[in-house]
Design a protein around this ligand. Sequence first.
Ligand code: FCA
Length: 335
Amino acid sequence: MSITTTLSTTFTRLALGSAIMLASLGSVHAQDDDVKIGFIVKKPEQAWFINEQQAATEAGEELGFEVVRLGGEDGQEVLSAIDNLYAQGAQGFVICPPDVRLGPAIMNRARQYGMKVMTVDDQFVIASGEPMEDVPHLGMSGTKIGRQVGDAIAAEMDARGWNPEDVAALRITNNELPTAVERTDGATAALLEAGFPEGNIFDAPQQNSDTASAFSAASPVLSQNGDYEHWIIYALNEESVLGGVRATEQYGLAPEDVIGVGINGSGAAFAEFSRDNPTGFHGTVAVSSTMHGRQTAEDLYRWIAEDKMPPANTETSGVLMTRENWQDVREQLGL
Ligand code: FCA
């Protein structure tokens, strides 16, 4: 490239840069009809969240608003994402926060900027742990979906003819997150009702909601309880159940001695079902991340553009997906 071209490219870039800056300042201060929203998620690399953000973008393309997809893996990142959105002229955002206790701080920042906020998947809580009910929320019905997990495990234990006394449960817990507690409590309740012995349930508390943290939590629990013939595994999501399943493999358990049932129905489960040989990952309760992304984006858009307040709390449901039916369920849920 000649010096002249380099110079002129640099100049064009600078000129373009200031034009963008002016344009964005303009949209912050002028009354602009264009709606722009942010969609911030705690784990932007996980299939569930990729699909959710993608669906929000598509809803925007259809209805005529812009969606800015951002990751917010800790409080600092979320606050800079909000600053960034404001600088771009966004009027609000949908968020799945990295920590639900950040709710008050996030709302503080959003209110300073006059931005509207809706939560998806994980609902904000106040200091006492109660949900922040003044922020509209859409998320899965944790207890119901957890019960479906417990029922699916109990049915599969039955099908394999296991004696519950010989079975241990690996309950991967995440007590910081209310929806996680609802899900694992729901599964536990269903299992106990089906006659599972309470004394055979072992907790593996994870730091996070991903596969790696579940794997680390699960490994010591397996080695400390070596006398059981079979294991069942449940957690807040399929990524975590997969961490548990990988830990049983490393520990040397055969796939036919393990029944793991997750929650989500995202790419992580599809990859597992697509393997040639079945693993201990028996199934997952699939929920439509497509619907979560679309609906929240549309709700926020109508709130901004038409002053129509979203419903205070929308609970979504799920369908059991296994190796046998996963492609059908995937289609049914638009995943
Ligand atoms: C939580 C979990 C995700 C997904 C979502 C609906 O945020 O971490 O995996 O289950 O709820």
